[in-house]
Design a protein. Structure first.
Lengths: 227, 227
């Protein structure tokens, strides 16, 4: 079904035991097709859609981008992405708190994947459930926004352990905040010593270059694997 | 088991079908014991623990308070509450993204419930799963912090529909933010016309009086029911 210009797909959960295998197969298929899939996770309001919009702005002339938006309800995020002209599909999870590989595959089946270099999956806003499910993505990013506090790696360790990169958003809120960046970095690196940590403000644009450099390198690395 | 001074209980999920019945029984038992149970829900970092600390500060001489802290991992919130001298139990959900009535009951079994007027349950940080499970609480509060954005009722409608009160925290961030309080209120009231909406800043103390007035009225209403 569609809402306005947005294609909306209602997805159901796959069988958990089969998910890891399905995710592995999906990742391999995408590698063969030279399409980089990024799983973007965060709390509600941490800035997932804002980071996607900044990424589109910075990389749209360099790569062919697509977006899979997941939400319990509503198409507000897809509508924002659609205004950029980027292909976007809305996955409606109808209460599920995460995406799995089956849901992502269903979303991708509605996109011209072969014609895209990079697809960003905006997972459901949640620091708990998305961490537990392999979506088939090549890389996993988590956004933590400054107002959420520097103690989140202590409280939601899994998501900071399984991710490849942590984007600290809303650094424009650092002034006057008690967020301790040094402590935050230590807590992340204790869980995940190889994690990249990138500080940005999607509002002001600060640090977006560092983020898009990371993403560019990862996309090119996948494309080069295929050459 | 314990971590420092904090009693920690590892909880498991009850059978979903039985949860509603169990929650109803728990609510009735607490009513008989004149103990008010508040289910406090929010995203990670919205300010659940800060609101609990403010509430303790304001009401500790008036009511006998207790706190049930739920977390996937870690006891950082309990430790903060314990410094106030308030009885606190840490529930460790080991990956579950919500509390149910069975878990709350297990936590309460470790407290002297009869000796308490009000127990605040800090649910797991998440706008999705906690909304779906009746914990046996008399009232449900959800905190939405300004940096999360005014569109959250569109994206997580269930939690704003089932709650009795919405606390908008971090109003000190309103200046320079694009958070539209009028739109936010409209969105909440469209889902839940009888919801109370209270604006606070746990940081500055602004609005805390309005919050504690609401809570005082609700606790007294339960106590009066028993007279």
């Amino acid at each position: 079904m569609g809402v306005g210009n947005i294609r909306v797909i209602d997805v159901k959960e796959g069988i958990l035991a089969d998910n890891d295998l399905r995710a592995e197969q999906l990742r391999e298929r995408l590698r063969t097709q030279s399409t980089f899939l990024l799983n973007l996770m965060a709390s509600p309001g941490a800035g997932k859609t804002s980071l996607i919009l900044r990424t589109i702005g910075a990389l749209k002339d360099e790569f062919r981008l697509g977006v899979l938006e997941a939400d319990i309800e509503s198409v507000v995020d897809s509508e924002k992405v659609a205004t950029t002209g980027t292909p976007v599909i809305q996955l409606r999870t109808g209460g599920f708190c995460h995406l799995d590989a089956f849901m992502v595959e269903e979303g991708l089946s509605a996109m011209d994947v072969d014609a895209l270099d990079c697809i960003i999956v905006e997972n459901v806003g949640n620091l708990v459930c998305p961490a537990e499910f392999d979506t088939g993505a090549v890389k996993k990013a988590v956004i933590l926004s400054v107002p959420e506090g520097d103690d989140k790696p202590l409280k939601y360790p899994l998501i900071f352990t399984v991710c490849d990169v942590v984007v600290v958003n809303k650094v424009d809120y650092l002034e006057g905040s008690d967020f301790d960046m040094r402590k935050f970095r230590e807590r992340v690196l204790k869980l995940n010593p190889s994690a990249e940590i990138i500080e940005v403000s999607c509002k002001t644009g600060q640090g977006i270059d560092a983020w898009t450099s990371w993403l560019r390198k990862e996309i090119k690395s996948l494309l080069n694997d295929r050459l």
